[in-house]
Design a protein around this ligand. Sequence first.
Ligand code: G
Ligand code: G
Ligand code: MN
Ligand code: NA
Length: 254
Amino acid sequence: LRIEGALRSALERREFVLHYQPQIDVLGGRIFGMEALIRWQHPELGMVAPSRFIGLAEETGLILPIGAWVLRTACLQLLEWQRGGRAGLRIAVNVSARQLAAPGFVQTVAELLAETGLAPRCLELELTESFLMQDVEHAIGMMHQLKQLGVQLAIDDFGTGYSSLAHLKRFEVDVLKIDQTFVRDLAVDPDDAAIVATIIALAANLKLEVISEGVETQDQVDFLRRHGCRQMQGYHFGRPVDAAAFEQLLLADE
Ligand code: G
Ligand code: G
Ligand code: MN
Ligand code: NA
């Protein structure tokens, strides 16, 4: 309960911040979007990573107001950058299972789009395989409603859960995000290399976009390109940074 109070007052005191990590299209070499990642700027503890509080936020239900804040902040920030001359930029936002399961989620997104005027296709919601698989019929219904709004849907950490290929066919997703654990050991683990190549081919065959996460080396870039993945995210291109620093990345990317 102490942590619940702490999270609640963090919201009230505006201690949460979003960092942004660039997503690159390696064919053109340009930033096409970014993933929004929450941090807690704690007055005493400093920058607290989401792994230390998202689980608790989910358990306490505080992920609902926190998630709503994340979505709103991400959309408003993206609009600012779009108006600064990068109209095509897209933002990816992580959405937890608990948020998606809450009754008003689709309505919240619809209202946010209406209120901000953000082009729906510029908002990408990252769903987890565990959410998709915990109640497949519900997930399919949710995805359908979200697709009606025009937003993009991605499966985050793809390959780590157990979404079956039969279900994938029924999911209205646009993007597969290859989990960074497979990308990390590409060069040394033939099994990981095979898994990554297979996911890229699967995405191509299903006409889905595919993006690799956790790209840290030029060897990984080369492998991914050779296998047909052009969208990448990872420390090789840029760490998650605050809005001001991300703006500098955009300027350098002109
Ligand atoms: O940024 P970092 O690498 O520390 O992120 C760790 C984890 O926290 C990732 O799994 C990421 O998906 C999750 N995460 C980051 N920001 C958000 C957010 O705004 N909402 C939710 N639900 N999860 C997030
Ligand atoms: O689960 P999700 O994919 O949303 O989380 C992304 C997480 O991966 C964030 O915590 C982010 O900081 C981290 N991340 C992003 N790029 C890299 C990378 O190149 N290497 C490593 N080790 N982590 C990364
Ligand atoms: Mn993510
Ligand atoms: Na991920």
